[in-house]
Design a protein around this ligand. Structure first.
Ligand code: GLY
Length: 337
């Protein structure tokens, strides 16, 4: 009996090993672009225009997220919620297929932090510029200094927040306060808290790139920087393996080097969805279940086959997937808690 069980087990094990040892024979799905949240649909459209005519993944992920940065109705870019002192501060990062990367953090009054991040990557020997120095660099590169006036929505949200001034910054939990329903939160009450767009793409040549841009947590402490501009946390690309990006509570993504971890799980043979799931599990293990219920983190990833996937801590996260003009759709992220 024991011997029979052993033989059954080993034959199953053997077939699993054999199966995963061979490369999939299905054709590579490329080009492809995926991005976080529903704003990703519009961003993907712009990225797709570039990818579909043979443009580079790097151009696609920059131009794609610029759409969201320009949107005054979204919580990315200068239209977004300010910090608790009333100033919008922006973080962004970009990475190409050759481990080149650039990022900016705590950047004020610049409309397209993602493009400044790309300039840091392409025109300096550095990876990251922050604050006043990042702004100086942007202006020297010809980026106009915008007004520091808040958008109408952000002004309303900030005024509302000031009434209590409670320091309780949370992001991306799609739960309307009080009723536990997963209805979309309302911007005017400061509940609309999508903070980030992260995008990863593979172009027709099979090269990967990624971008990530955010205003961070609404009403955050001045100077607070999240995961989005940190290479390996908010974004990571390894052209041999895949690309991943993150959204949600940045501190918890930084703690586990989230996007790098997702890529490493893919290197070990997991598909993008399972790799994202394992990274989410790591956060929950580090933080504990009860505390993890208070936050949201979502990861999305693609591999070199053009497989895609995402996973999050709790219900409410979605991401946009595009691999043809008529195939640009939202996927609900699977969740653990
Ligand atoms: N994930 C964005 C942030 O924490 O700032």
């Amino acid at each position: 009996m024991e011997r029979r069980k052993f033989l059954e087990f080993s034959s199953l094990g053997l077939s699993a090993i054999t199966f995963s040892s061979f490369k999939s024979s299905s054709p590579i799905r490329k080009p492809i672009v995926i991005s976080t949240w529903d704003a990703g649909i519009e961003a993907n459209k712009t990225a797709w225009k570039i990818l579909s005519i043979g443009g580079s993944a790097l151009d696609a992920v920059e131009k794609g997220v610029m759409v969201t940065e320009s949107s005054q109705n979204c919580c990315v870019g200068l239209g977004a919620n300010p910090d608790r002192d009333g100033f919008v501060t922006l973080d962004a990062s970009i990475m190409d297929h050759q481990f080149n990367c650039g990022s900016v953090a705590f950047l004020e009054r610049i409309k397209h932090p993602i493009s400044v991040a790309r300039r840091v990557m392409e025109k300096t020997p550095h990876v990251m510029l922050v604050g006043e120095g990042a702004q100086q660099f942007a202006v020297a590169e010809g980026f106009p200094l915008e007004s520091d006036k808040l958008s109408n929505d952000a002004k309303k949200a900030y005024e509302n927040w000031l009434k209590k001034s409670e320091y309780n910054p949370i992001i991306n939990i799609e739960r309307t306060k009080g009723n536990n329903a997963f209805a979309p939160p309302k911007l005017e009450t400061g509940e609309w808290n999508h903070d980030t767009i992260g995008m990863v793409a593979m172009d027709a040549n099979g090269n990967l790139s990624g971008s990530c841009t955010t205003s961070g947590m609404g009403f955050k402490m001045r100077g607070r920087v999240g995961d989005s501009p940190i290479i390996g946390a908010g974004l990571f690309v390894d052209n041999e393996v895949g690309a991943a990006t993150a959204t949600g509570q940045g501190e918890d993504v930084i703690r586990i080097c989230g996007s790098h971890l997702v890529v490493e799980f893919m290197r070990q043979g997991l598909n993008p969805e399972m790799a994202c799931k394992k990274a989410v599990e790591r956060i929950i293990k580090a933080k504990g279940v009860e505390k993890s219920k208070q936050i949201q983190v979502g990861f999305i990833a693609i591999n070199k086959q053009g497989d895609y996937g995402g996973y999050c801590i709790q219900k409410g996260f979605n991401f946009a997937v595009c691999y043809a003009e008529e195939k640009n759709f939202l996927v609900d992220g699977k969740f653990i808690l």
